[in-house]
Design a binder for this molecule. Structure first.
Ligand SMILES: [Zn+2]
Length: 189
């Protein structure tokens, strides 16, 4: 993960050190290569990922990742491939995880997920076909849109904004346990 500090320079393999680095924003201590000729700095830029609020036959499908405890259901999420358009990533992830064909994508918004240093690009994805779960997913649930209960982080804010835009009342409900380590942002239950 990009949130994890490197121990060694990925360019020249010297051990990285915390060094004051000056740029337009001022001087900040960052993980950097001690060799000025190499010049590598670990900037810690967040990693983008996509989240899909999947609508199928008028209902919302939430999925439980293999790595998550029972009772945790969330949006379909995943990382972008190199140079992949976010909408194409949504189409690919929904096909891989639910076996459904996305026919419409609508951007809901972009949300930071601080714990994992990610930015979730969240879409409402209308899909058709028959659900066939991919390897990462152990089970799924169908909900009427009004039944969704967003968690107060990352993809949950996307669910909340989507509900708000439709005039659906909602309340945030937090997970009872630490957030799981699976990729992407866990959304709702
Ligand atoms: Zn270096």
């Amino acid at each position: 993960m990009s949130a994890e500090p490197f121990a060694f320079c990925p360019r020249c393999a010297r051990p990285l050190a915390d060094r004051p680095i000056a740029d337009d924003a001022g001087t900040v201590v960052r993980r950097a290569c001690p060799d000025d000729a190499c010049g590598f700095v670990q900037w810690g830029n967040p990693t983008p990922a996509v989240g899909a609020l999947v609508e199928h036959e008028g209902e919302i499908i939430l999925a439980r990742n293999r790595a998550w405890p029972e009772g945790w259901f969330a949006l379909v999420t995943g990382y972008l491939e190199a140079r992949e358009d976010p909408k194409a990533a949504v189409v690919r992830e929904v096909k891989e995880e639910l076996g459904l064909d996305v026919v419409e994508t609508h951007l809901i918004g972009n949300y930071i997920f601080e714990r994992k240093n990610e930015v979730m690009l969240c879409y409402h994805a209308v899909a058709t076909g028959t659900v066939r779960l991919g390897e990462e997913i152990v089970e799924y649930r169908r909900h009427a849109p009004a039944e969704l209960r967003p968690w107060p982080r990352a993809t949950g804010f996307a669910v909340a904004d989507w509900m708000r835009a439709r005039g659906l009342p909602f309340e945030f409900v937090d997970f009872k346990q630490p957030a799981p380590a699976a990729p992407g942002g866990e959304g709702t239950r």
